[in-house]
Design a protein around this ligand. Structure first.
Ligand SMILES: Nc1ncnc2c1ncn2[C@@H]1O[C@H](COP(=O)(O)OP(=O)(O)OP(=O)(O)O)[C@@H](O)[C@H]1O
Ligand SMILES: [Mg+2]
Length: 243
């Protein structure tokens, strides 16, 4: 189990956040509040703007207009990308590296301790046998799991996951969902995208539904899957919404 967070997760507020690129509106103004240690799932068809919204919320992109705010001190955040970004080093070294440069979790960790921690994270995600392999030659699913192991070690208060299971086999999907629940139980707020409706039903407390760069609805999960308020979300759930 990860270290428990003693502090409450600050509320994330988006105030009319919009994003344009070369005169094209990619995200129309979005206002929302994500409070507490919940699991928010972002859903919507390809190109709807899900990854963009996550990058804006995480602070990797600056909105063209509007504001992203944390109520309280900005929390420790980590993000697992749709396409993992890994260093040209072994799987193990990708993990010991973040422990070495990241001061937040345990500044006192020495090399050997870092290695032990990194190995236990590899084991947790079924990668121990690949510790010495260059990260960039790992398969797509293995890279995704390595990115999760890295996020795990950072012990973030807020974790953004962009389709973390899209390249994974069924057993690995289960392992990732269990890890998401463990993060959640140790006090980490989850913001995640998925195209898997069953997965969203299993994990979501609330759902943000995007279509064509627009936030169509933000609904408690129970309502979203049984009685979505928008016709677009209804069509999406029935598998009928075409981009
Ligand atoms: N940096 C960028 N420059 C120009 N266009 C971009 C940029 N990033 C995203 N887009 C465009 O914005 C739209 C939304 O992209 P985004 O990656 O957020 O979609 P998505 O909902 O995550 O889709 P998917 O389900 O395929 O991952 C797409 O049409 C994409 O081409
Ligand atoms: Mg995406």
């Amino acid at each position: 189990m990860n270290v428990h967070h003693s502090l409450p997760v600050p509320t994330l507020e988006l105030d009319s956040v919009a994003f344009n690129h070369r005169g094209q509106t990619l995200l129309k103004p979005i206002s929302l509040r994500l409070a507490g240690c919940q699991k928010t799932l972002i859903m919507g068809p390809n190109g709807a703007g899900k990854s963009l919204l996550m990058r804006l919320a995480h602070g990797l992109l600056t909105p063209t207009s509007g504001k992203v705010r944390w109520q309280g001190a900005p929390p420790a955040q980590a993000m697992v990308f749709q396409r993992p970004v890994l260093l040209r080093r072994s799987a193990l070294e990708n993990l010991t590296y973040v422990l070495a440069i990241n001061k937040t979790p345990r500044p006192e960790l020495k090399g050997l301790v870092r290695k032990t921690q990194a190995m236990s994270a590899l084991e947790k995600f079924g990668l121990a046998h690949l510790a010495k392999r260059p990260a960039r030659v790992l398969s797509g699913g293995e890279q995704q799991r390595l990115a999760l192991a890295r996020a795990w070690l950072l012990n973030p208060q807020v974790l953004f996951l962009d389709e973390p299971t899209s390249a994974l086999d069924p057993a690995a999907i289960k392992a990732v969902e269990d890890a998401v629940l463990e993060f959640h139980h140790s006090g980490t707020r989850i913001v995640m995208t998925t195209h898997d409706l069953h997965q969203a039903r299993r994990l979501a407390n609330d759902v943000l539904f995007l279509h064509n760069g627009e936030l169509i609805e933000h609904t408690p999960a129970d309502d979203f899957f049984t009685a979505p308020t928008s016709s677009e979300a209804g069509a999406f759930i029935r598998g009928e919404l075409v981009w």
